[in-house]
Design a protein around this ligand. Structure first.
Ligand code: ADP
Length: 660
């Protein structure tokens, strides 16, 4: 039989006894041992706290100390290594005190040569093995449970936007192809982007798990970098009427060295969370530099005055799959992956992240990165602020023309393009100078030219300054506006000298951009402007023939998914009303009669769908309850909650027809 291996900590102040004990250990047949020998209580406690041994043999008499003190201290600090107390002579009282203090056995040194010693060691190690297996099993079970919960949650998070995407596409395909499908297409686009964000997070996390996430460190122009982030995030802040501020505490280096993609990802995630979990007030990004161990580091703080995070959750939120609220009763979307990815990315950028938070007061997420050598860098003050202003929503005069939007950051390019489209302009995109030239050449070969170009300055491959020279040399004679944060002294003048007609400041303000464009482009003939009308949906086969007696409540907290389900039901001639919370559903049941069915989402902000189902089943046993979930729910749970049928998201018209 091959010997098992075990690590022994031998606490013994007498060298002869040490040699004697190790000799006997090496003669045991059951195990081969690696022995660490320490001679005093402090070293013993230190080693025990490391937890790397399988067993400890502890001499009772350690010079002036006695082993009981070590035993007591070790048990108090949570040591789980089995400790066998060794003493010079047998003593019943001491035997009992040792066991009471946490020893697994008590042996007289004279017994070392006997089978009693061998047995005591074997038993202690076997017990420890069983205990280790038990702990491992519990850990694995807990991990599996949290993975299962996460998978069910992720499935729900992925399927909900799919309901909107597929549902609205179906509506557009089945409908009368109304010319104003803009609002439906926007919903499809937004949900598609949300889905893409989720998938990217899942992919990032799995790459992080196997150490395959790639980093790309390069020069970053800090002012335009922050301006771009401001640009993107102010749209979200404005949606919730929140104030957004980004500022440096002191002048900041204009150029740093880091991974722009990953740094942007971290900042966007933190600011996005700030906006997501704040209902009123502001979200602020503050930057500063500080000297730590003679090295200048760059720090960032994202503060909000939102709902805050309970103290007992603060440690957990950087772990994957963790969210403060239970998945089942969450108000906000999200897979709970963002912060754990942020923590990992920040580690690779040479820093750490901390959080401070007070419930109902707000949260501060602070992190620092290594910005490379910034000692000799030119510095400038950075200060962007945006009150949510109604003027943003004022309708601006429609413009006419075809604009080339050149920017290397996908989100910014799309954002600028979408703003231009909202002014009535046609848009073509290019993600760097080379692509811009290609698009221009293609247009020229077809006999037309863009009416204007909006050009970012810092771009890979061919930057804005070199691109304008080449475009002009090729005969591009329409206005070219530079889009830049341009904090650096003399940049504006340089750009004008290069031939840019005007500088559009980043972060982009919609009204200012409109004014700048209106200086060069024609206004659309106002008589031609049309008012957007919601597209009509009709299901010809069903429309008037089948006046359904069905009345359905759609309980779904995701507004897009709720709207599209109601629209699809209506297209089938079914009367349907949405409720976005359990409370709204209960109110509808109280105030109106004759509901025939309820479609119930599992995740609601104020209740678990299953609990809501049970309570409805009791008060309204005649109503058919249909669970619409993102992950399968066991038959038993469905039965217990009184649910008649369960369908899996995404819903489509065929599924809804089958419910009639
Ligand atoms: P999620 O995609 O769920 O937002 P994150 O990892 O980004 O995932 O965040 C994890 C959880 O931490 C969130 O679900 C939320 O409960 C909490 N949290 C993160 N940021 C904030 C914040 N600024 N205010 C309040 N809670 C927050």
């Amino acid at each position: 039989m091959s010997k098992k291996f075990a690590r022994v900590l031998l606490v013994e102040d007498d060298e002869d006894d040490y040699i004697l004990t190790s000799d006997h250990l090496s003669q045991l047949e059951s195990h081969s041992f690696e022995i660490d020998w320490v001679t005093n209580p402090n070293e013993a406690l230190e080693q025990l706290n490391l937890g790397k041994h399988d067993i400890c043999l502890l001499d009772y008499q350690l010079g002036a100390y006695n082993g009981l003190t070590v035993l007591e201290k070790a048990s108090k600090s949570g040591c789980i290594i089995p400790i066998i107390m060794l003493t010079g002579q047998s003593d019943d009282t001491l035997d009992q005190s040792a066991l009471a203090a946490g020893a697994v056995d008590y042996l007289v040194k004279g017994d070392i040569t006997t089978s009693r010693f061998a047995r005591a060691i074997r038993y202690a190690l076997a017990r420890q093995e069983i205990e280790n297996e038990r702990v491992e099993r519990i850990n694995a079970e807990t991990q599996n449970q949290s993975k299962d919960r996460f998978l069910a949650h992720l499935s729900h998070e992925l399927r909900t936007p799919l309901t909107s995407i597929l549902g609205y596409t179906e509506i557009l395909l089945n409908g009368n192809k109304a010319p104003n499908a803009e609002s439906e297409l926007n919903i499809i686009l937004n949900n598609g982007q949300h889905l893409l964000g989720l998938l990217n997070n899942v992919l990032d996390l799995s790459k992080i798990a196997v150490g395959k996430l790639e980093y790309n460190f390069c020069k970053i122009n800090l002012d335009s970098f922050i301006a771009d982030i401001f640009c993107l995030m102010q749209v979200h802040a404005a949606d919730k009427a929140l104030k957004l501020v980004m500022r440096g505490q002191d002048p900041l280096p204009l150029v740093i060295h880091s991974d722009p993609l990953r740094l942007r990802q971290v900042l966007i995630n933190l600011i996005h969370n700030g906006i997501k979990f704040t209902e009123q007030g502001q979200v602020e990004l503050t930057l500063w530099t500080e000297l730590i161990d003679n090295k200048e580091i760059l720090s960032f703080k994202v503060s909000d005055n939102g709902q805050g995070i309970p103290e007992d959750m603060l440690d957990n939120i950087f772990k994957p799959f963790e969210q403060v609220e239970d998945y089942i009763s969450r108000k906000e979307q999200g897979a709970g992956l963002g912060l754990s990815i942020c923590a990992e990315l920040i580690k690779h950028m040479g820093g750490t992240i901390q959080v401070q938070s007070l419930l109902n007061k707000g949260s501060d997420f602070t992190f620092s990165i290594d910005p490379g050598n910034i000692a000799g860098q030119e510095r400038a003050l950075l200060d962007f602020e945006q009150e949510h202003s109604l003027s943003e929503n004022l309708s601006l005069a429609k413009l006419r023309g075809h604009v080339l939007v050149v920017d290397d950051i996908d989100d910014i390019r799309l954002l600028i393009g979408r703003i231009c489209q909202s002014f009535g302009l046609k848009v073509t995109y290019a993600s760097n100078g080379i692509q811009a030239i290609e698009k221009f050449k293609l247009a020229s070969s077809q006999g037309w030219c863009f009416d204007l170009a909006l050009m970012d300055i810092h771009m890979p491959k061919l930057d804005g300054k070199r691109a304008i020279k080449e475009l002009k040399a090729l005969g591009f004679d329409q206005p070219i506006l530079a889009v830049t944060a341009a904090t650096m002294k003399g940049v504006k003048q340089e750009l004008l000298t290069l031939g840019f007609n005007q500088i559009v400041a980043k972060p982009i303000n919609k009204t200012e951009l409109h004014q700048n464009l209106a200086n060069y482009l024609k206004l659309e003939n106002p008589a031609k402007a049309t008012l957007a009308q919601p597209s009509l949906i009709t299901d010809n086969k069903l429309n008037s023939k089948e006046q359904s007696t069905q009345r359905i409540i759609v309980v779904e907290d995701d507004a897009d998914a709720a709207d599209v389900t109601v629209l699809l039901l209506k297209s089938l001639g079914i009367e349907a009303v949405k409720a976005q919370t359990a409370k709204q559903c209960q109110d509808l049941l109280k105030n109106e009669r004759n509901w025939t069915k309820i479609l119930l989402d599992l995740h609601l902000p104020d209740a678990n769908g299953l609990d809501l189902a049970s309570s409805i089943k009791q008060s309204h046993p005649d109503i058919t309850l249909i669970l619409v979930s993102g992950a399968t729910v066991t038959e038993q749970k469905l039965r217990q909650a009184g649910i008649d049928k369960a369908i899996l998201k995404p819903i489509n018209i065929e599924i809804l027809k089958s419910l009639r």
